[in-house]
Design a protein around this ligand. Structure first.
Ligand SMILES: NC(=O)c1ccc[n+]([C@@H]2O[C@H](COP(=O)([O-])OP(=O)(O)OC[C@H]3O[C@@H](n4cnc5c(N)ncnc54)[C@H](OP(=O)(O)O)[C@@H]3O)[C@@H](O)[C@H]2O)c1
Length: 261
């Protein structure tokens, strides 16, 4: 029995990959989320809400390290502020936040909230680490799938992504949580920067479908300008994963084939 690492959002897409890595490293883990989950040896779940500020003091009892992964479309700034204050009161020794690449540059509410969350962690008086991650393949997939269903592929000029594999993000987070507070570390992103044409072509090829003709579209306003400027893309230094979009699509096709078999 060791002091558990608290993983907020440990039941989510990223969290559910990080928790087993921490367990394999011999760490006890406590997961905080709104809905809870099934306990197992070395793994407990507590219910709480980082945005509402419920259940944080109880979740932080006897905890030295917190990996804050809980997040949603809204309220990540409030959640980080609540958690940072509770962590300071609890005497936490390392508070680690996942943020998003471009947090301080993209004029979109989600990114702004992440930038505010970073500030809350950095100003918490708790030793901290912040890792900004690019969008996961799982996030890009529904966007590309939706576009690829249209008769003509909309091609917003300048819109690019550098999707990253969830297991590579999880591995980096586990490594950071097991290490010492490091401040803002190098962003993590996928191996390639791809535009919508490239993402969609790889998707339809993997699904055995026909390539769609494209039609140029323009994202208006400040958001369009930011995407065209690449403000959503990682700057240097960046830690690039090895598993790219076509690897992810091949895994997806193999999983679907397994289900149908
Ligand atoms: N997915 C991406 O492409 C990406 C890229 C960069 C950064 N990130 C960031 O990485 C983090 C994890 O992303 P993800 O894709 O794993 O998200 P996810 O699959 O939506 O999982 C979110 C997790 O947070 C918990 N949660 C949400 N709101 C909560 C609240 N108010 N209080 C307590 N728990 C809460 C959820 O459980 P309950 O619903 O049961 O509460 C779940 O465990 C997020 O902060 C996200 O912004 C994601």
């Amino acid at each position: 029995m060791n002091a558990p690492i608290l993983v907020t959002g440990g039941t989510g897409t990223i969290g559910s990959r990080v928790v087993p890595l921490l367990r394999s490293a011999g760490q006890d883990v406590r997961v905080l989320s709104r809905r809870g989950g099934d306990d197992a040896p070395g793994l407990t779940h507590v219910e709480g809400d980082t945005v509402a500020g419920h259940g944080l003091a109880e979740a932080l009892e006897h905890v030295d390290v917190v990996l804050h992964l809980a997040g949603g479309a809204k309220g990540d700034d409030t959640a980080a502020t609540n958690l940072a204050a509770a962590a300071r009161r609890a005497g936490v020794k390392h508070l680690l936040l996942i943020s998003v690449v471009g947090a301080d540059a993209m004029p979109i509410g989600y990114f702004r909230a992440k930038a505010a969350a970073e500030r809350a962690i950095a100003e918490s008086d708790v030793p901290w680490t912040v890792l900004r991650a690019a969008q996961l393949h799982e996030f890009v997939l529904p966007v590309v799938r939706g576009m690829a269903k249209l008769p003509l592929l909309p091609m917003p000029g300048g819109l690019r992504f550098e999707p990253v594999h969830v297991e590579e993000v999880a591995a980096r987070l586990a490594e950071l949580a097991l290490g010492s507070p490091a401040g803002r570390v190098a962003d993590i992103a996928g191996p390639e920067v791809l535009d919508v044409r490239q993402l969609a072509d790889a998707y339809v090829a993997a699904m055995g479908r026909r390539r769609r003709r494209g039609v140029p579209v323009r994202i208006p306003g400040a958001v369009g300008r930011a995407y065209r400027a690449g403000d959503n893309l990682a700057g240097a230094p960046v830690h690039r994963g090895a598993r790219g979009w076509s690897d992810f699509l091949a895994e997806l096709v193999a999983r679907t084939a397994d289900v149908l078999r």
